[in-house]
Design a protein around this ligand. Structure first.
Ligand code: AMP
Ligand code: MG
Length: 183
């Protein structure tokens, strides 16, 4: 793949429910976790988090249980438009290749940008680390981040389903893939 230099690893959390959303609500991004990775030196060089205030939905008890995020906490966040501006300005998301685990995060950004009229903040070069990992390890089907960490003997640092921690842990898997020459 020949990815070099600085790349972003991104993991989003969004409002969610154990069944279908309540009437009138849609799933919206509430946390963007971003770890800056230097592929050349094989290090995680920055750990970031942007909290986003949802506009068409609220944080359900189910969502708090899953992500640890509360409505009160996301009320302190910025708008989705402001969050996207911060990504571009502070994290060069239009210039850097970026990774996420699966294709959910990219699709959620595409969907929400389309719905809200906010310009898509990322570079075209998105790498699905989950798919690369499955290929590199000869797995029959892709596995979750927690399973992948176990497969390679890396620790799950922090709390699973917290965007900041997920991005940090996925970044370790990206560096593992770089070591294997898979990215
Ligand atoms: P993750 O990066 O795995 O923490 O998941 C990202 C988002 O996907 C979460 O913030 C939820 O909106 C949704 N999600 C993940 N797992 C579930 C689940 N078991 N039930 C409902 N939504 C989920
Ligand atoms: Mg997550």
């Amino acid at each position: 793949m020949n990815i070099e230099g600085l790349v972003n690893v991104v993991d989003v959390e969004a409002t969610c429910w154990d069944t279908t959303p309540p009437e009138g609500q849609v799933s919206e991004i509430i946390e963007i976790g971003l770890t800056l990775v230097d592929i050349d030196s094989r290090t995680r060089v920055g750990r970031h988090r942007v909290l986003v205030r949802p506009e068409l939905s609220t944080v359900s008890p189910f969502c708090t249980e899953l992500t640890g995020l509360t409505q009160a906490e996301v009320d302190t966040g910025v708008s989705f438009a402001e969050a996207c501006e911060q990504l571009v300005a502070n994290h060069r998301t239009r210039e850097r290749a970026w990774f996420s685990w699966g294709d959910y995060d990219r699709k959620q950004f595409l969907r929400q940008c389309d719905q809200s009229g906010v310009p898509y903040p990322f570079h075209q070069n998105h790498i699905n680390a989950k798919a690369v990992f499955a290929t590199a390890h000869g797995l029959r089907r892709p596995v979750g981040m927690d399973r992948a960490l176990k497969v390679v003997g890396l620790p799950l640092e922090g709390r699973h389903h917290r965007g900041e921690d997920d991005a940090w842990n996925i970044a370790a898997l990206v560096l593992h893939l770089a070591d294997r020459g898979a990215v």
